[in-house]
Design a protein around this ligand. Structure first.
Ligand SMILES: Nc1ncnc2c1ncn2[C@@H]1O[C@H](COP(=O)(O)OP(=O)(O)OP(=O)(O)O)[C@@H](O)[C@H]1O
Length: 488
């Protein structure tokens, strides 16, 4: 089983209800580990103005980016032009979403037209795909009676519990002025917890749990109108997850609108995606458009595994300038690095698929809130996670393809892109550093550069003060963004 598959038994759930327009918090928070705070899984978010720089600089910068036709954040239209309900527009305005991004501007008319058509949508990491599918769902919900409010009309499937919970957070905020909106989270429960019934209008969950809930009649699928697969290439490509998605789809009405979104659609999955979502409208990216300009990609030579660790410790001061995610290959090494760093007096946390759900929830929540600033993890968090303060991503191990459980020395290009995409979100600047400690890793890094036609610069570690200054400058220098965007 790969790291980003479900590892705990299916069955947990929680439903949050948006009852009154002025209630921004869920009324049933029994299973919600923290009140919404910031970023995706959370509340009255600052949208993209929640950057570290002063507000006015950010607003100018974002509007500059949104006015550049070559930028993925560009749009000519406003949210009002897209024909959204006034209550939804009000939700967007509390999130400080001023203009749609390119994918939102293009996808929403296709998604919202009637009769509903399927969509396969691709756009770079951090460009607002979540809002695109959530706005379509909110626009299609009929909340006119109590019964409609309590029967699922839309189902969103995501590969991990963290991403599912994050999407719930986005719907809560975006839909906060829709009276009667109830959102259910269908993620694996802790072993001693009992699942509650999915009496809600939107269900967000992981495929295995949702399938299980339908089978056990905890969730009624007969009223579903929209099915979304977020990180669709990953969902359809993976053994296990793919089968679960197919089975879940077989259990719901054939008439549903099927919506697939991801930043990546490798050719073989793309062909399959078209079968899963027949006759779909398509929004795709050219190969050379995949990388995000605001993410500065670097690498560090390390002569041994031990030197990787020492370099990470050296970087610690920088890791805590903003928040950072360190990606490692296995659960065991995540835990080991965490233990070692903590023993040496550093404050770090780890999150892997190997621990129970509630513990995972507590870790990701403290990372979102900024209580934990350095998170060591596996591919389980490579996709979708949106924490705007992440300014540094470290590939402690280069992501690698597996075949029959064996390493192949072939880079996992998609995962590389998704991992580095945890930073540099919606116009922000970020830095991604890959550690290279042997010939295989060096070769994989070379292939990654070739594949994405990008330059990954070497960091000279002979002078750590200089390393620090250079990285800090990249992260903090507000001019860097404009320069970098222009030079690319
Ligand atoms: N129109 C907008 N204006 C301002 N901020 C926005 C807008 N749309 C989305 N955002 C913000 O941009 C960030 C990234 O959005 P989102 O998580 O949906 O990206 P994504 O395209 O799904 O990325 P990934 O491929 O990594 O999953 C979020 O913090 C979101 O709140």
């Amino acid at each position: 089983m790969s790291e980003n598959q479900e590892t705990t038994p299916a069955g947990g759930s929680l439903a949050d209800r948006v009852t009154k327009p002025d209630e921004s918090k869920p009324t049933d928070s029994s299973n919600v580990s923290a009140a919404p705070k910031e970023d995706g899984a959370s509340a009255p978010a600052q949208g993209s103005a929640d950057l570290e720089e002063p507000d006015y600089t950010v607003a100018v910068k974002l509007s500059d980016l949104q006015a550049d036709p070559n930028n993925p954040l560009f749009s000519v239209k406003s949210f009002e032009d897209l024909g959204l309900d006034a209550r939804i527009l009000k939700g967007l305005s509390t999130m400080n979403f001023r203009k749609p991004s390119k994918v939102q501007e293009r996808a929403l008319p296709l998604l919202m037209s009637n009769p509903p058509k399927n969509l396969v949508g691709q756009s770079q990491s951090g460009t607002g795909k979540t809002a695109a599918f959530v706005l379509n769902i909110l626009s299609r919900l009929d909340l006119s009676t109590e019964q409609l409010q309590m029967t699922p009309q839309a189902l969103i499937l995501a590969p991990t519990r963290e991403l599912a919970r994050q999407i719930v957070g986005v719907i809560q905020i975006m839909g906060q002025f829709l009276e009667g909106l109830v959102i259910g989270t269908a993620v694996p429960a802790d072993s001693n917890a009992r699942p509650s019934k999915m009496d809600c209008s939107v269900v967000v969950g992981t495929p295995g749990t949702v399938q299980d809930m339908i089978k056990k009649r905890i969730m009624n699928p007969t009223g579903l109108k929209v099915l979304v697969l977020d990180e669709a290439d990953n969902m359809l490509d993976q053994q296990g997850l793919g089968d679960q998605c197919i089975r879940a789809k077989a259990m719901i009405p054939r008439t549903v609108q099927i919506v697939l979104f991801s930043a990546t659609f490798p050719a073989h999955v793309y062909r399959y995606a078209n079968k899963f979502a027949p006759a779909a409208n398509e929004i795709t990216l050219q190969h050379e458009e995949l990388t995000v300009d605001g993410i500065k990609q670097l690498y560090m030579d390390c002569s041994t595994d031990e030197e990787k660790y020492q370099n990470l410790v050296q970087l610690y001061g920088l890791l805590t300038v903003g928040s950072s995610i360190i990606f490692v290959r296995t659960r065991a090494s995540a835990v080991e690095i965490e233990k070692r760093m903590v023993a040496e007096g550093h404050t770090v946390a780890s999150l892997t698929g190997g621990v129970e759900g509630s513990q995972r929830d507590a870790v990701i929540d403290s990372f979102r809130s900024g209580d934990a600033k350095v998170l060591i993890t596996t591919n389980v968090l490579a996709r979708g996670i949106d924490v705007s303060t992440v300014s540094l991503v470290v590939n402690y191990d280069i992501p690698e393809e597996y075949s029959s459980g064996q390493r192949t020395n072939t880079p996992d290009y998609q995962t590389y892109l998704h991992r580095i995409g945890r930073t540099g979100r919606f116009g922000r600047i970020g830095v991604a550093i890959s550690f290279v400690s042997n010939r295989n890793e060096w070769e994989m890094l070379r292939k990654i550069q070739e594949h994405f036609q990008c330059v990954i610069d070497r960091i000279d570690t002979s002078d750590w003060d200089e390393v620090e200054e250079m990285i800090k400058k990249t992260i903090k220098n507000t001019r860097a963004q404009a320069d970098f965007v222009q030079s690319n």
